[in-house]
Design a protein around this ligand. Structure first.
Ligand SMILES: Cc1cc2nc3c(=O)[nH]c(=O)nc-3n(C[C@H](O)[C@H](O)[C@H](O)COP(=O)(O)OP(=O)(O)OC[C@H]3O[C@@H](n4cnc5c(N)ncnc54)[C@H](O)[C@@H]3O)c2cc1C
Length: 399
């Protein structure tokens, strides 16, 4: 196969990069390969589908830069393609007096990021969400909405096909061979490679000489689904103090159908795609992942140790429901029996700072671009992030 652009990964990042490339270079050939038999089989089709409003991110981050715009563009995209959007908003609460200062900091960040966030009293908060346990004050984000990720991805893939992008499924990228690329479909001659391989992006980037100081620490996220009827909760509900660390605290998130989920439970995955038990057992990956986890903890990764202790220990069913009880009234363990299918986050660790990488990372040169640390909220940011990736390609190639 010969192509101008070879995109690895038919996902929110890969499909949007392909669409953007085709828009900027209509005469160029763009091929997307994915090792699975369809698009969005990993994070992009398994996530919560919440379009983050962008109020909580540090102003100097790519997350802050793209979240508000991504939220607006994806909401509009869904509306214009008749894809349902649940405009439920998000209530951010203080659970006690100590958490009131977190509300102030979030308001400051929201103002800095130009994101609408309304200050509400405890009474007003209970009008918005009668079950919320609010201490004195809360914040309401009207633009936090929910969509169904697989429907979004199907539409985006179809748009890309209509623009002339070619998709090759069941096709794994294997390695570089000089100026050519070996895949399970055969050898590909491509002028430019864009690596959007999610959980494998660091590995591919390292083959090209990038991402040298990053290692993958795949973290499995799991939510309990509520047996309450849709509408039993009216908004997403989050505690303000839980929005500052690398990982969100336990929150209530609503689907596009109004059904609620409680979570996440976070556990290390022993290999990159260890969704269940021994599925896809990969001893080589397991030795690397365990090595990275243990190695970083011993080399002073205080934040990693803290996250492990706080989050992994708090992941049992009973601890999730107990954390849920601190947020809202009427959480009964019996109503939260089933887990939704798990998702694995492509979390990178920086081997120089021994910290979990917080922001998205894009590295590349005149031959290839690599999209790394595609953690939440990449789904929200997908459209503008693709524009940024294409700007980086243009700058690197002088096009
Ligand atoms: C529990 C959870 C909930 C989340 N909820 C939200 C949310 O509500 N809102 C939000 O904005 N974000 C959310 N996210 C984050 C979001 O889902 C991801 O950041 C995003 O989907 C990542 O997309 P991606 O394009 O980078 O990678 P992926 O979707 O992981 O896709 C990578 C693709 O590359 C392919 N691939 C890998 N290796 C190869 C290879 N060698 N050859 C060929 N193909 C290959 C894979 O098959 C896959 O299709 C959530 C994350 C988690 C963990």
């Amino acid at each position: 196969m010969k192509t101008d652009f070879l995109v690895i990964g038919a996902s929110i990042t890969g499909v949007n990069v392909a669409r953007e490339l085709k828009q900027r270079f209509p005469d160029a050939t763009v091929a997307v390969i994915d090792k699975e038999n369809g698009c969005a089989r990993h994070s992009s089709g398994r996530n919560s589908g919440m379009l983050d409003a962008g109020f909580s991110w540090q102003a100097d981050s790519l997350k802050a830069r793209f979240c508000k715009q991504g939220n607006q563009q994806l909401t509009q995209y869904c509306e214009s393609n008749n894809i349902p959007v649940n405009k439920c908003g998000e209530l951010v609460i203080a659970r006690d007096g100590d958490e009131l200062s977190s509300l102030d900091e979030l308001q400051r960040r929201a103002d800095g990021n130009g994101v609408k966030l309304e200050q509400v009293s405890a009474r007003q908060a209970r009008e918005i969400e009668p079950r919320a346990k609010v201490h004195e004050q809360a914040l309401f984000s009207p633009t936090s909405v929910s969509v169904e990720p697989v429907s979004v991805m199907k539409q985006m893939e179809q748009d890309a096909r209509d623009m002339g992008v070619k998709f090759y499924y069941g096709t794994s990228y294997l390695r570089k061979a000089g100026d050519e690329f070996i895949t399970t479909l055969g050898t590909v001659q491509a002028n430019y490679v864009v690596n959007c391989a999610g959980l494998y992006a660091d590995q591919i980037a390292q083959e090209f000489g990038f991402a040298e100081s990053y290692r993958m620490l795949p973290l499995k996220h799991n939510y309990l689904v509520s047996s309450d009827v849709p509408g039993a909760f009216r908004t997403h509900i989050t505690a303000a103090a839980d929005l500052f660390g690398s990982y969100p605290g336990v929150h209530i998130v609503l689907g596009v159908d109004g059904k609620a989920k409680l979570g996440p439970a976070v556990k290390p995955a022993l290999w990159r795609e260890q969704y269940h038990g021994t599925d896809g057992f990969h001893p080589f990956e397991m030795s690397k992942v365990v090595g990275v986890g243990i190695g970083q903890m011993f080399q002073g990764g205080r934040e990693i140790c803290k996250t492990c202790l706080q989050r992994f220990a708090g992941s049992a069913h009973s601890r999730l429901t107990t954390a849920g009880e601190r947020l809202v009234e009427g959480i009964r363990a019996n109503d939260y029996r089933d887990w939704v299918r798990p998702e694995i986050q492509a979390q990178l660790v920086n081997t120089e700072t021994h910290r979990m990488v917080s922001d998205f990372v894009v590295e590349g040169d005149a031959r290839s671009m690599h999209v790394l640390n595609t953690v939440s909220p990449v789904f929200t940011c997908g459209i503008p992030l693709a524009g940024y990736i294409c700007d980086q390609i243009a700058a690197a190639t002088g096009e």
